[in-house]
Design a protein around this ligand. Structure first.
Ligand code: PEP
Length: 252
């Protein structure tokens, strides 16, 4: 089965509204001919509306970088699904390692966010990945299995249609160190196999698993040509329009 590749740019806490406008006006001209790749930009909350307005007649989708599981209430600094739906965004990143590292995100809270998100049509990108020490201790598969199982707890096979998984080894995020295509492929195949065991062959063949961790135009071809790598979640390199477009072209 052929899975459509998905290239998403995680802008983290970068790009003002003005910079978002400039980027989107630039990228529009480069992606008008592309139809066989899903392209997603994930700006900060303040730039989401601008991004959605400017990408309306393009194939570029827009995603948020997080969402809370509750409908509303006393959660200072958080944002709700209703707020994202009003914009409206297409995707939301859940459980990014920076949320886990700096903001107390856990598999349990990722699962809560995921369950709520799947009551809407917003597609979640669920991030998992081992730390350097975990890889060096030889427990990568154990960590990945725990993160995947706990994050997907209670999620049905039907709901999995809308889920994207991002494998992001923490040691490769923002460090310039990329997993080799073989290292990444090995974990992607492992994740697909876990999904096969948990759900079915059909769900595992359909689910898209992105790789994230210092993806750039110089390594994108090799990573994206691996059989179980269905796209990329790109941080630093997605801030530069021409670099991001080159990565998208690698996915074509
Ligand atoms: C990310 O933020 O998800 C990421 C992979 O960052 P970078 O590409 O900069 O490593």
């Amino acid at each position: 089965m052929k899975r459509k590749k998905i290239i998403a740019g995680n802008w983290k806490m970068n790009h003002t509204i003005a910079e978002t406008s400039g980027f989107i006006n630039e990228i529009k001209g480069h992606v008008s001919e592309i139809s066989d790749v899903d392209i997603v930009l994930c700006p900060t909350f303040t730039s989401l509306q601008t991004a959605v307005n400017l990408t309306r007649d393009t194939i570029v989708g827009v995603g948020a970088q997080n969402v809370h599981w509750d409908r509303n209430g006393a959660f200072t600094g958080e944002i709700s699904l209703a707020m994202l739906l009003e914009i409206p965004v297409d995707y939301v990143i859940l459980g990014h390692s920076e949320r886990r590292q700096y903001f107390g995100e856990s598999d349990e809270t990722v699962n809560k966010r995921l369950k709520s998100t799947l009551t809407t049509l917003i597609k979640p990108i669920v991030c998992i990945g081992e730390k350097l020490g975990e890889r060096e201790s030889g427990i990568t598969e154990k960590v990945i299995a725990r993160q995947l199982n706990d994050s997907l707890n209670g999620i049905t096979a039907d709901q999995m249609d809308n889920v994207v998984i991002a494998y992001e080894p923490v040691w490769a995020i923002g460090t310039g160190v990329t997993a080799t295509p073989d290292q990444a492929q090995e974990v992607h195949a492992f994740i697909r196999n876990l999904i096969n065991e948990k759900y079915s062959a059909n769900v595992s063949e359909n689910i898209r698993i992105q790789y994230g961790g210092s993806v750039k135009s110089s390594n994108a071809d090799d990573l994206l040509s691996q059989p179980d790598i269905d796209g990329a979640l790109v941080g630093g390199a997605s801030l530069d329009c021409s670099e991001f477009v080159k990565i998208i072209r690698s996915a074509e």
